[in-house]
Write a protein that binds this ligand. Structure first.
Ligand code: FES
Ligand SMILES: [Fe+2]
Length: 409
């Protein structure tokens, strides 16, 4: 349980909030590289509560500037990308990718107006198929971490992006909460619950690391699906990794004993206090015989409250009645837990009211993660760098490492 003040402190993302200032010390994905074409239409985006315009100039450089033109504030997302920057649709003012106004064509030729006009603009970089932006103070800009999922070149990668309702923190908490797997995601519930209730209880262990948190979970596996065999009634060991500022890494063997170890990394980027974009990148090395791994491509519509998260209560044997087979992504091609996860995370409320919760011993990692946020908010307020801000790494790949022998990571 948190006090109201504590809950505000780790959920509000605006520029002048404690958490917002912490978030602005890290790079965040703000778009998908191939969807923002060179010289193509600008894209309106909202990140950390700020309304912005994302575009790629006619030289191919990504840029993120204010949504609104400095003149009379219409949307630059309806402008034209040309002449090295973006031109406002209203009176043709032109801005370069640093936000500097370089033309005011309707003004007299000797006008000096443009020299005093500058938009908010944030540095951007493409990596691993995503556009990352740094929205913090320019003298605090760290390296963009070259995680394996983004930077490895000895395999293939895919990505998936979707928006969800609810504050970013409940989505991150949902990701690191492994005890829900045996319940929210259990299939054949009416049968497996009989075994589940007599099985050993989860054993969860976590440790703080330089990047965030390491977790080892031993939990009952009650997922029954042809792809995974009948694993009903087996205790499984999972290792998971929380990566600051709001990320999560899952390492999985494609199929048991396939030898194909894939990295699935997620970034939960606050759109504003009450909405979140999840960027998910999957990286797979080649099969042991050298064939590249082909990621599936089918993608069905996002689950949300309007489609009832695909719930089919009468015919689906899960607790919620939400099936695992109604949704497809390149990363979850046969079964997708995303509708169940999205439901559980969104339905905690726009901003989960943590003054009302009752944490259990199984939630120790959640309490621990919140302490990491509080500690790092304090650090930023004291003028220091928060944890996992990387500088001068000069490394081709930044590895997230586990703590035990036998971890796939
Ligand atoms: S509002 Fe943009 S040029 Fe006038
Ligand atoms: Fe889940």
């Amino acid at each position: 349980m948190l006090s109201k003040e504590q809950n505000e402190r780790i959920t509000r993302v605006g520029p002048h909030t404690p958490l917002g200032k912490l978030m602005r010390r890290y790079w965040h994905p703000v778009g998908v590289s191939e969807r923002v074409k060179q010289g193509g239409p600008p894209v309106p985006v909202k990140v950390l509560g700020e309304e912005l315009t994302l575009f790629r100039n006619d030289k191919g450089l990504p840029a993120l500037v204010s949504r609104r033109c400095a003149h009379r504030l219409t949307s630059l997302a309806y402008g034209r990308v040309e002449d090295g920057g973006i031109r406002c649709p209203f009176h043709g003012w032109l801005y370069d990718i640093t936000g500097k106004c370089i033309q005011t064509p309707a003004e007299p030729d000797d006008s000096k107006l443009k020299d005093s006009i500058k938009l908010t603009a944030y540095p951007c970089q493409d990596l691993g198929g995503l556009i990352f932006a740094f929205m913090g103070p320019s003298d605090k800009k760290p390296d963009l971490p070259r995680y394996e999922s983004l930077a490895r070149e000895d395999g293939t990668r895919t990505l998936d992006v979707y928006d969800a309702g609810g504050n970013y923190l409940q989505h991150v908490e949902g990701a690191i909460d492994t005890s829900h797997l045996s319940y929210l995601h259990a299939t054949n519930w009416s049968q497996t619950k009989k075994k589940l209730f007599s099985m050993p209880k989860p054993v969860l262990e976590s440790r703080e690391t330089t990047y965030g948190l390491w977790q080892k979970s031993q939990i009952p596996n009650v997922t029954i699906h042809p792809d995974f065999g009948n694993s009903d009634g087996i205790m499984q060991t999972l290792y998971t990794y929380f990566i600051l500022p709001a990320g999560f890494l899952r390492v999985q063997e494609h199929m048991p004993n396939s030898g194909l170890v894939q990295k699935i990394q997620s970034w939960y980027v606050p759109i504003d206090d009450e909405h979140t974009t999840r960027y998910q990148v999957g990286f797979s090395p080649a099969w042991p015989d050298g064939r590249p791994y082909q990621w599936p491509t089918e993608r069905t519509e996002d689950p949300n409250v309007a489609n009832d998260y695909f719930r089919d209560y009468e015919n689906t044997d899960t607790i919620s009645g939400i099936p695992v087979t109604a949704h497809r992504t390149p990363i979850m091609p046969n079964i997708s837990y995303i509708p169940q996860d999205t439901m559980a995370n969104e339905e905690q409320g726009a901003i989960c009211d943590r003054t009302q919760e009752h944490l259990s011993p199984n939630d120790a990692i959640i309490a621990r993660m919140r302490r990491i946020y509080f500690t790092n908010i304090d650090k930023v307020e004291a003028g220091a760098d928060p944890a996992h801000v990387l500088r001068d790494q000069d490394e081709p790949i930044h590895y997230i490492r586990g703590l035990e022998e036998g971890e796939l990571v």
